[in-house]
Structures are given as C-alpha cells and as structure tokens.
Write a protein that binds this ligand. Structure first.
Ligand SMILES: [Zn+2]
Length: 233
C-alpha cells in the first residue's frame, strides 16, 4: 500500500484496513537455541488465544516431531519437498481450523518454492510466519531457502543465544567434520552425528560450530590435535 493509500484509508476512517501478516526469519548456527525459541514463540502465541501450526523437516527425532537439544518437544507437520504449504493451510481452513501463524523450524532445508508459498500466505492470507534455520551451510555459503528468506523477510534476526568456538570467540559458522577434518566440498545437506555409528567403510560425519577464523583455517583446537596425536601413537 502506498502512503497515499494509507492516508486515504485514515481519512476515510477505514478501520478494516488489513494489517497483513509478517514474515520473520531467525537464523543462527547449530546449538544456538533456534528450536527452543521456535517452541517458545508457539507457546506465547497460543497463550494469546491464537491458533498456529508447527512445521519442521529432518528433525533429529524423525518425521513429524520437533525436538530441542534441551529436551522440549511437540508434534509437528513434516515438510517434505512435495508439500504445498498454502494447500496445507487451506485444508485446515476447509476443516474449520484457524491458522493465524506458522512456526517453521529447519526452514533452511525447505525448497525455495516453499519459501515463496510462505510469503504468499503472509501477503494474501494475513498469516504470520516465523521461520527458524541456519543461514549458511558447512562451506559458509547461504542455503537457497535461507537466501530467499533473507531476500523476502520483513525482519531478519540473528539469534542471540551465544555459541562459542573452542577458542572462546562467538561461533558463527557450522563446520562439517569428516574423519576429523573440516570439509570444504560435498553435498549441501548431509545428516551428521554419525561418529562411532557409521559403518567401517563410511566416513564419520559431525558438525561443529566455529568462529570465522577457525572455520576458514580449519583449526579444530587443542582437543582435536591431542586426539590426532593419540591416533598417531
Ligand atoms: Zn575459534
């Protein structure tokens, strides 16, 4: 709406002017509490009598669950690559279920098309969308969905719960550690934390939050170095 239009509405006393929804993207490295914040956001809105849906994908507990590292959890809609988020919401409406807001966890793993669908819901259906996810992948490059969220969101917020690199600096970037070394190439999405559980011929993959300096130079700190020395012995 142009400012002229807003003035016209005010002048006409049009109290029905739609507020519109808003699209907010909260991002931060792993372990910074994004999923906890997502559940807190859901709780706050539900307490105000609003009705929402919680969506997630590739949660550590498997499909249809949103779990947090500090032990909170709830049921969630699993976002598969084929899911049309607009159809999901329309289907709820058709069944008489209000959807005032969406909590979208792990949004960096959604498709770009699904981010467009979220923006449609905000603009045409006044649904508030709160998306949570990683900004960048293990190479410190934006995920396509996160890029689109940053381009489209009304507000982009870096989650403030601080995660520290082993050196004590703020941990800003996720590193993928494959067999003890920082990976620089590979698939954008690989589920990690296989350490000790992978088959003998498969590499150990895990993730670690590092500061920018140590992400870029690949230094995993004295603990990793002593492990390396033990292996040499
Ligand atoms: Zn560091």
């Amino acid at each position: 709406m142009s400012s002229d239009d807003s003035l016209a509405c005010v002048a006409a006393g049009d109290s029905r002017t739609r507020r519109g929804g808003s699209l907010k993207f909260f991002h931060g490295p792993m372990d910074c509490g994004k999923s906890t914040l997502a559940l807190q956001m859901d709780y706050n809105h539900a307490r105000q009598g609003r009705s929402g849906l919680v969506l997630t994908t590739i949660d550590r507990a498997g499909p249809g669950r949103l779990t947090t590292r500090i032990g909170l959890h709830r049921d969630a809609v699993e976002v598969t690559a084929e899911l049309d988020v607009r159809a999901l919401v329309r289907d709820r409406w058709a069944r008489g279920i209000h959807v005032d807001y969406l909590i979208c966890d792990e949004a960096s793993f959604y498709t770009v098309e699904q981010i467009e669908q979220l923006a449609d819901l905000v603009d045409y259906s006044d649904v508030d969308v709160y998306a949570f996810g990683l900004a960048t992948d293990f190479r410190s490059q934006l995920f396509p969905a996160s890029r689109r969220l940053i381009e489209l969101a009304d507000e982009v917020v870096r989650v403030q719960v601080e995660v520290l690199c082993w050196c004590g600096r703020p941990g800003l970037l996720n590193a993928r550690i494959v067999d003890g070394a920082v990976a620089r190439a590979g698939e954008q999405v690989v589920i990690g934390d296989t350490a000790g559980m992978s088959a003998p011929d498969e590499p150990d993959v895990r993730y670690q939050v590092l500061c920018r300096r140590h992400h870029r130079n690949g230094d995993l700190g004295p603990a990793a170095r002593s492990v390396g020395q033990l292996r040499l012995v």
